[in-house]
Ligand binder design. Structure first.
Ligand SMILES: O=C(O)C(=O)Cc1ccccc1
Length: 309
């Protein structure tokens, strides 16, 4: 179409990262894929309008939350999640051609990859120093340089092949079932309509520390029949012991039970950051409890109006 610039999608790169592979599973995103060396740089490029959206890792089934992503979304200028992608991750140890496993003294990889292969590395390379760097693919690129001090990288098979490295050991994750969750992040805009299997991400700041403060937050969800699929505390970075809560709730902003829970949270919290309602990657629909459908809420509201006579 003349005059309309093609969309540009950023991802946590370089080429060959797990995030890059996750982006490839979204063929509906037509546009140029642009790598960013850090989550922060990618998210800033969205804020600055350099790219339409960026794909970043947010959570791993073994290692937990990706704090660089959670904190940037919680404390940076407003952004929203519009999609999520789940990717099973498998790790391979790659070295420069000619290097044998017994020659490996220094290993470079991403912190989440190091954490997920910790037992294997301790058992098979007990004397090796494991250094955590930018990304798994950046580690592969570094190891490919003959002048590098690193002998091996833990990365995806595609990354090792891309940089013409030699696989020394495949499937080295301590948990073969590990899955990483990635989110596509855009500037705030109209929320896409519900699909019936949606998630809403929020960051909740307590008004003041008091007994039952967390219970008060949880009650807003529980009393409206809203299930949570993730909750974790993150330091507010103001003072030691001061936390906010990063939450994924089942449902969409257009679901009356979730909207009512949000209004309740707005009353009891100092701040509620809305990070988007988007379709669940697993398409799992919520169990809807009796009395919590949109029709139930509408009927309750019209009953209340009728009380005026
Ligand atoms: O470094 C990468 O390849 C990433 O995309 C981040 C990451 C690292 C380990 C597991 C999943 C995602």
């Amino acid at each position: 179409m003349p005059g309309v610039p093609p969309a540009q999608y950023g991802y946590f790169g370089p080429a060959g990262t797990f995030t890059h592979q996750a982006l490839m599973t979204l063929p509906a995103l037509h546009g140029e894929a642009i790598p960013f060396a850090s989550v922060g740089q990618g998210l800033q490029a969205v804020r600055d309008g350099e790219v339409t959206a960026v794909l970043v890792p947010i959570e791993n089934s073994v290692e937990g939350g990706v704090t660089a992503t959670l904190d940037n979304l919680a404390y940076g200028d407003p952004l929203v999640i519009t999609r999520e992608v789940l990717l099973p991750v498998q790790f391979t140890l790659f070295a420069r051609p000619g290097t044998a496993l017994r020659d490996v003294r220094q290993v470079l990889t991403h912190p989440h990859a190091a954490a997920q292969c910790r037992d294997w590395l301790a058992a098979h390379l007990p004397g090796a120093l494991v250094t955590e760097g930018g990304s798994t693919a950046a580690a592969a690129a570094e190891v490919a340089d003959p002048a590098s001090r690193y002998d091996a990288a833990v990365c995806a098979r595609v990354a090792g092949e891309m940089y013409r490295l030699t696989p020394l050991a495949e499937g080295i994750a301590d948990n073969a079932e590990a899955v990483t969750r990635f989110v596509l992040v855009s500037r705030p805009g109209p929320v896409a309509p519900p699909t019936g299997a949606d998630k809403t991400t929020l960051v909740l700041f307590l008004r003041e520390d008091h007994p039952g403060a967390l219970l008060e937050i949880l009650e807003q969800f529980a009393s409206r029949g809203v299930n949570l699929c993730r909750i974790e505390s993150r330091p507010t970075k103001r003072t030691l012991g001061d936390y906010c809560f990063s939450v994924d709730a089942e449902g969409h902003l257009d679901d009356a039970r979730l909207a009512e829970a949000l209004m309740g949270l707005h009353r009891v919290c100092a701040d509620v950051v809305f990070l988007g309602s988007y379709p669940r990657a697993d398409q799992q629909r919520p169990v809807i409890r009796v009395g919590t459908t949109n029709d139930d809420y509408a009927a309750a509201a019209s009953w209340l109006r009728r009380l005026h006579g």
